[in-house]
Design a protein around this ligand. Structure first.
Ligand SMILES: *Cc1c(COP(=O)(O)O)cnc(C)c1O
Length: 332
């Protein structure tokens, strides 16, 4: 029933489903839980990552509205901006990125390597801005100008995390249920990083719609005082409404850890780097320094602190960000 009401919203196809789920044998042996990983980092388009699931809906709407230009916002090394740019170019939209120098990093590579190179290769237009407010102001000004020329810009918010983008991870939740069924297992817990809330929110909505007993937990990648949980709740309820359901989620449904974010967005601590090395050496899978290393640290710490119990079946969703490794050579 859920799937039928989701079909009201047109998708632009960017992904081959499902993304693979692997069992992490060595780490599971070491830690005493059954830990699985879902490889949303391996989508073939543009170095992959979670934003593609949201962009299927967002660019689907842009296409329906006959948009000519796509605008979006992010940090200089934003994976979301890179994927939006690549998917937009492929589908004939003009792309303009409004990128913030919001991360307290001075290393040259942050400004020239990683996602910056990929944006350059596809000739994405980049406007440098101070913060979100100045980004939205610059977008408003560009919009007036372009509309005078007859163009139709479509604005995608930070991280693609509005109600429509969130539907991408509602789909993902049902994809996971099907895969678990095929594997003959039931996950006790599904985990991911959270930055702008759409990934987490979509999983929570899928979980609510399916009334399964699986727990959902996300790990915040930046310190905050409750704004992210509130925002996640808001877009999750709006997404439920888009699915034709009552928006009846409460803050209790939004389980978000703020413990492993480190001091700032875009700044990994040494223990996050240790996590990257731990997974790479044991499983041959690489995490990024901004999102997935922080969230996976949270999963490992929760196992060690017995928050995640021995013998539980846990799925970690690898949300991508790999180009970010090359923007942070000072850590490696
Ligand atoms: C954007 C991003 C996230 C966070 O997803 P949200 O839906 O914004 O919370 C996690 N991992 C990577 C690699 C990302 O680029």
């Amino acid at each position: 029933m859920t799937r039928i009401s989701l079909k009201k919203h047109p998708k632009l196809k960017l992904i081959e489903y499902p993304s693979a789920i692997y069992f992490l044998r060595n780490i599971s042996n070491l830690l005493g839980v059954d830990l699985y990983i879902k490889r949303d980092d391996l989508f073939s388009l543009g170095f992959g990552g979670n934003k593609l699931r949201k962009l299927e809906y967002l660019l689907g709407e842009a296409q329906k509205k006959n948009a000519t230009h796509i605008f979006t916002i992010g940090a200089l090394q934003s994976n979301h901006a890179r994927m939006t740019a690549i998917a937009s170019k492929m589908h004939g939209f003009e792309i303009e990125l409004f990128l913030k120098k919001s991360v307290p990093v001075t290393e040259q590579a942050y400004f020239s390597n990683g996602n910056k190179i990929l944006n350059n290769i596809i000739d994405a237009t980049i406007h440098q801005v101070q913060d979100n407010n100045s980004a939205y102001q610059a977008i408003a000004e560009r919009t007036i100008l372009l509309e005078k020329e007859g163009a139709r810009p479509y604005v995608i918010p930070v991280g693609g995390s509005n109600a429509l983008g969130t539907l991408g991870y509602v789909d993902c939740y049902f994809e996971i249920l099907q895969q678990a069924n095929d594997l003959g297992i039931r996950f006790d817990l599904i985990t991911s990083a959270s930055g702008s809330g759409g990934t987490h929110g979509g999983l929570v909505v899928g979980n609510a719609l399916s009334s399964s007993k699986t727990k959902i937990k996300a790990y915040n990648v930046e310190p905050d005082e409750g704004q992210l949980a509130g925002h996640t709740l808001k877009i999750a309820n709006e997404a439920l409404a888009l699915c034709g359901e009552k928006p009846n989620l409460t803050l209790e449904n939004i389980v978000l850890s703020n413990e492993y974010s480190g001091a700032a967005y875009g700044v990994p601590e040494e223990y996050h780097i240790d996590t990257i090395k731990f997974l790479a050496k044991n499983e041959g899978i690489f995490l990024d320094p901004v999102y997935t290393s922080k969230a996976f640290t949270g999963v490992i710490m929760d196992i060690q602190n017995n928050v995640i119990k021995k013998g539980e079946k846990v799925l970690y969703i690898h949300t991508g960000g790999i180009p970010g490794i090359f923007a942070y050579p000072q850590y490696f």
